[in-house]
Design a protein around this ligand. Structure first.
Ligand code: SF4
Length: 319
């Protein structure tokens, strides 16, 4: 058994609807999954499926309505301020758009060096040495330390963001649409860099992306979310080669067409995602599912394990 780094247990995050004490947006509604050290998990689903809320709840940026997150053996919601600060060193995030996530008025050395000066006892000389190492690690010249973010290309800015995120050598890195704002050639280079760094430092990644080719390239396992629920979860090759949940099937149906590998562009899914304030009774996907039958409208399917090891929530399958 590989060592677990992250255990998410029945996590729920409900947001109250303005002006009502009894109505909630159920952004995440009972998600459980585990991650082993060194694993890459891809989170997929349309906008509004709950993947961003799931990640911000796991990062403890927002408190859960219910459930637990055990990171590196500790329940993060019971940690004191000092312990949480320590834990934060080990969980970092790389945002979608490095143009907005990097302070344009700071030199690169200060952007990358900030976590080191706040969270470590290194002196200025040691911090500068570390910054040079980090720049080299992400394939940027050392003299880049004395430039501003706007003096770099989009791909180079994302390398700066990666250097900053890895400055404290975290155990878990969340990659939130890591390549969506950069050109195609830089995208391939950034993916390859992230892959190399993962191997070199045994990093664990959570990858959020609308681009299914990014998710399939990066991930060992895939979690498919729909309206706050996990609907299918398992090994990447298994799910990509033979998706079983009708929602996953519809998401992946367009992959061979290079122009439609973005979830939002797909035409295979009819209709809009329903509101998570008042999700459909029974299976939440039943309003859009081509296989819907009577039981789907009445009874919510449980997440069950199939013989091939994947988890699935659909009445078409029995374990
Ligand atoms: Fe479709 Fe029914 Fe399965 Fe839901 S439970 S995905 S509606 S077949």
């Amino acid at each position: 058994m590989s060592e677990l780094i992250l255990e998410i247990k029945n996590l729920k995050k409900y947001f109250p609807v303005k002006g009502s004490k009894a109505t909630f947006v159920k952004a995440v509604d009972g998600v459980s999954l585990n991650m082993a050290k060194g694993e890459v998990l891809g989170l997929v689903g349309e906008s509004g499926c709950g993947k961003s809320t799931l990640v911000s709840t796991v990062l403890n940026l927002t408190h859960p309505t219910e459930g637990e997150v055990i990171f590196d053996g500790k329940n993060i919601y019971t940690l004191g301020k000092r312990e949480m600060r320590e834990t934060r060193k080990n969980i970092q995030i790389v945002f979608q758009d490095p143009f907005w996530s990097l302070n344009p008025r700071m030199l690169v050395k200060d952007i990358i060096g900030e976590p080191l000066s706040v969270q470590t006892k290194l002196n200025n000389v040691e911090i500068l040495e570390k910054i040079s190492e980090l720049l080299e690690m992400v394939g940027l010249p050392k003299d880049g330390a004395y430039k501003y973010p706007h003096e770099f290309s989009g791909g180079q800015r994302q390398r700066i963001a990666i250097a900053r995120a890895l400055s404290l050598m975290p155990k878990l890195v969340v990659l939130d649409e890591p390549t969506s704002s950069i050109d195609v050639i830089s995208q391939a280079q950034i993916l390859s860099l992230l892959d190399d760094l993962k191997e070199k430092f045994n990093l664990t990644y959570i990858v959020i992306s609308h681009d299914l080719s990014v998710v399939s390239y990066m991930s060992d396992k895939i979690a498919v979310m729909y309206l706050g629920k996990l609907v299918e979860y398992g090994k990447t090759d298994l799910i990509f080669n033979s998706p079983k949940h009708p929602y996953t099937e519809a998401l992946f149906a367009a992959i061979p067409d290079i122009n439609t590998d973005n979830i939002e562009d797909m035409k295979t899914l009819e209709g809009n995602i329903p509101s998570s304030i008042n999700p459909p009774e029974g299976c939440r996907f039943h309003t859009r599912c081509q296989y819907v039958c009577d039981v789907c409208k009445l009874k919510e399917p449980e997440l069950i394990k199939l013989n091939d090891g994947r988890l699935i929530a659909c009445h078409r399958y029995k374990n």
